[in-house]
Structures are given as structure tokens and as C-alpha cells.
Design a protein around this ligand. Structure first.
Ligand code: NAP
Length: 308
């Protein structure tokens, strides 16, 4: 007979890993499926200073490694695989990948979100050739060079500050005249002599034959166009949920974020969602981890109550 897990978690970021820890500690037979690397978005973060109890030099990568090892110690099994279809209406949920079929009594969706493209001309063409979405991965290439950062949120400002450890100069290009980022990050950025700002402006085009050479920038108020010579451009303009697999199956908002109640139940019984994939107001490692703990605990209660 096919193996039926108590709980399958899709996604191995902080929400998925925390779900795994709580599910396995409750003695649920748990499988976590991740298609790329464990840790999700936090692996692109160099410094996690707002996760309670963060130790010195706590990077996204080492925190996610510790989370994974902790979950594994309690018995979570891990599969590197990509789910391509889901049938979640029955009591036993069926997940199909290209190479396997998985079955479970409960599913926790923790697929997270992907960095969004800004939308300027040649953004895709010069991606990886001067245009990047991950400072932790690529900052080193720009040692002593000039880079731009697009965006004004926590990601843009955190990464702009990080980039000053490498680059000669960091120019933040923001579409408004005020940052969205937390005040403490703003203070750090405004006091960093390597960071300059171009306000009320958007990047219209990236120019370069083989690699990025300059950005064409438009002032939204005056309409003035200017060119900025840069060696690198880091784009941090938000994220899009990775929820295509569940479209038409689980209720979502207009942006594709999954709706849950406060105990992480979706509108399908036995299916829960945790982390950045949920419609919520604060997307942080701590809220993802908390969602995971709640989702696993609710899933355990669901199995107990329904005696499945
Ligand atoms: P975000 O908060 O949605 O900010 C996106 C920024 O990009 C905004 O400043 C936005 O401008 C700008 N933007 C959006 N689309 C644009 C476009 N097409 N062209 C140019 N600019 C554009 O996204 P985020 O900074 O990635 O943060 C996502 C979530 O993660 C947030 O909840 C954030 O608090 C959290 N986070 C936290 C930390 C931390 O605490 N250290 C670090 C990273 C992320 P407007 O301001 O005009 O809308």
C-alpha cells in the first residue's frame, strides 16, 4: 500500500521548517518537500538582526541550516522535489511531482514568494550581467564599484546598507520622496556616507552591450531623464506569492496570497497555509516561523478530531 503521511509540508523556508519542527515534535509522520534550497528568501539575507535571540553574525543561511537540522532531529523527512499538481479535496490529499506521487492526511502550504521584477527595459536581458535580486549572493562582484538599488522598503534599505561593505557607492532610486522602510533602517541609511538617494524617480531602461553600463532614470515630477553610470543594479521592489499550483483550488486574494483563518486553516479541510504565501500584514522570519508552529498544531488537532 502507498505510504500516507500525517503531514506533508510544501516549501522549506522558515514557515515550512518551523511547521516541520512542530509537526514532528507532535509525533506526526511528516515529510517536507522543497524544490530548490532550504531557507527560502532568508538565504539571501546577510544579517538577521530582528529575529529574537539572533546570535552575532546570524546570517539567513546559517539560521535556516540550524532550523533544518533541528526539524530533522525530531524526525522530519525531507524530499528534494517539485510538486506539479495537487488534489486536496479528499480526506487523503494527493500531490504529484514529475517523478513521484505523495499522499497525506494534511497539507501545509509554505511556498513563500519570489522577488518581483521592476519592469524596466532590458531588466530580463541584463539579469545576471549587472542586474541582481540578491545582494548576499552578488555583492562581492561589485567590490570598489558603483551600484544602484531600486526600491524604498525594508529589503532595499537593508541590502543597500549591506552593499556599502563592498561597493564604492550605493545609489538608492526610489519612486517616492519618502522611504517605506522601518525608521531605524532609514536612520542607518541616511547616516551612511556611501549611500546617496535619487527621489521621485523610476528606472526606465538598463543600457549595456554585454554587461550593465548605465541606467536611464526618469524623474516622475519633472519628467527629466538622466543617465546614471553604474556597474551593478540591485532590484528590491517587493515579492509575488508562489501560489500558481493552488489557483482555483484554495481561496486567494487578488494578488494570489492564500486566505486563512488565524489558526492557518484554508477553506479546504485538512489544508493549511503558513508564512509569506498567506494574506497577512507582516511578512518576517518571526511571523513565518510563528505561522508554521500554529499550522502544524492545527493540523495535529484536525487529525485527532477527525480520527483519520
Ligand atoms: P515592500 O515593503 O513591498 O517594498 C517594496 C518597495 O519597492 C517599496 O518602496 C515600493 O515603493 C517599491 N516598488 C514597488 N514596485 C516598484 C516598481 N515597479 N518600481 C520601483 N519601485 C517599486 O517589499 P520589501 O522591502 O521586499 O519587503 C517585503 C516584506 O518583507 C515587508 O513586510 C518587509 O517588512 C519584510 N522585510 C523585512 C526586513 C527586515 O525587517 N529587516 C527585511 C526585508 C524585508 P512604494 O514605497 O512607493 O510602494
Amino acid at each position: 500500500m502507498e505510504h500516507i503521511y500525517d503531514c506533508i509540508i510544501i516549501g522549506g523556508g522558515p514557515a515550512g521548517l518551523s511547521s516541520g519542527l512542530y509537526a514532528a515534535r507532535s509525533k506526526m509522520d511528516t515529510l517536507l518537500i522543497e524544490r530548490t534550497k532550504y531557507g527560502g528568501q532568508i538565504t539571501t539575507t546577510d544579517e538577521l538582526e530582528n529575529y529574537p535571540g539572533s546570535i552575532e553574525n546570524c546570517t539567513g543561511t546559517n539560521l535556516s541550516e540550524r532550523m533544518k537540522n533541528q526539524a530533522a532531529d525530531f524526525g522530519v523527512k525531507f524530499a528534494k522535489d517539485e510538486i506539479v499538481d495537487v488534489d486536496m479535496d479528499g480526506v487523503i490529499k494527493v500531490l504529484k511531482s514529475k517523478k513521484d506521487i505523495y499522499r497525506a492526511r494534511t497539507i501545509i502550504i509554505a511556498t513563500g514568494a519570489n522577488p518581483r521584477l521592476s519592469g524596466f527595459k532590458n531588466e530580463r536581458e541584463l539579469r545576471g550581467r549587472g542586474i541582481s535580486y540578491c545582494a548576499t549572493c552578488d555583492a562581492d562582484f561589485f567590490t570598489d564599484l558603483d551600484v544602484a538599488v531600486i526600491g524604498g522598503g525594508d529589503s532595499a534599505i537593508t541590502e543597500a546598507i549591506y552593499l556599502t561593505k563592498f561597493a564604492e557607492s550605493v545609489t538608492v532610486i526610489h519612486r517616492r520622496d519618502a522611504l517605506r522602510a522601518t525608521k531605524s533602517l532609514q536612520d542607518k541609511a541616511f547616516h551612511n556616507s556611501k549611500i546617496k538617494f535619487i527621489w521621485n524617480s523610476t528606472v526606465e531602461e538598463a543600457v549595456g552591450k554585454e554587461i550593465l553600463e548605465q541606467l536611464v532614470i526618469k524623474n516622475k515630477i519633472t519628467g527629466e531623464i538622466r543617465k546614471l553610470k553604474v556597474d551593478g543594479c540591485f532590484v528590491f521592489v517587493g515579492y509575488d506569492p508562489i501560489s500558481q499550483l493552488f489557483k482555483g483550488k484554495v481561496t486567494m486574494d487578488e494578488k494570489g496570497y492564500i486566505l486563512t483563518d488565524e489558526d492557518m486553516r484554508t477553506d479546504i479541510s485538512g489544508v493549511f497555509a503558513a508564512g509569506d504565501i498567506r494574506k497577512k500584514s507582516l511578512r518576517q522570519v518571526i511571523t513565518a516561523a510563528a505561522d508554521g508552529a500554529i499550522a502544524a498544531t492545527t493540523a495535529e488537532g484536525y487529525i485527532e478530531k477527525n480520527k483519520i
